[in-house]
Design a protein around this ligand. Sequence first.
Ligand code: SF4
Length: 217
Amino acid sequence: MENHDIILKKLETMYPDAQCALNHRTPFELLVATILSAQCTDVRVNIITESLFREYNTPKDFAEMTYEELEPMIKSCGVYHNKSRSIINTSRILLEKYSSQVPEDMDELMSLPGVGRKTANVVMSNAFHKNAIAVDTHVFRVSNRLGLADANNVLDTEKQLMQNIPEDKWTTMHHCLIFHGRQVCSARSPRCEVCGLNEYCRYYNADANKSQAAEII
Ligand code: SF4
């Protein structure tokens, strides 16, 4: 069995419950939560959305707000000026152009303000159950350390993961790689000695790079 296949199987065994950590009930709530999650933890986003979504949870609700009204409600997740504009402007477009529905199309999603490739992939896979690999900081770091990808940017990493992982496992592996990044393979202090994948990890096993594994993004 190829190293890639072994790694994928082990990840699935290690994280059988890996799933989207952003609380949401609708595709629109997931879209808003994912916009809020940029440069912020999912835990913090869930705290914000728990109260926010009680009062505001449709494109119409947000479209009728001013930026200044929304900002204090999302301030603790950082970059709140931009996020407020993205959420309200996206809501206005959804209301006017998409009958308040979140589009199930990558290009249409990515045309919305504040929605990049990662956010669109998160929505496609978790809200619409389409096969997609969203490459966030954890997926980028862990997949390149493990050798599932060998790239220096997120787009190439996504393309390589799509080649190296069977399509029906894209969404599962996205979540597994995030869980592994959070629980074991952190950016600064990966716990390689206790990592169940160290036998197959490119960086851990590359003598030249062994002591530098912690410094890879
Ligand atoms: S061996 Fe170390 S660098 Fe490799 S996946 Fe495990 S924790 Fe990350």
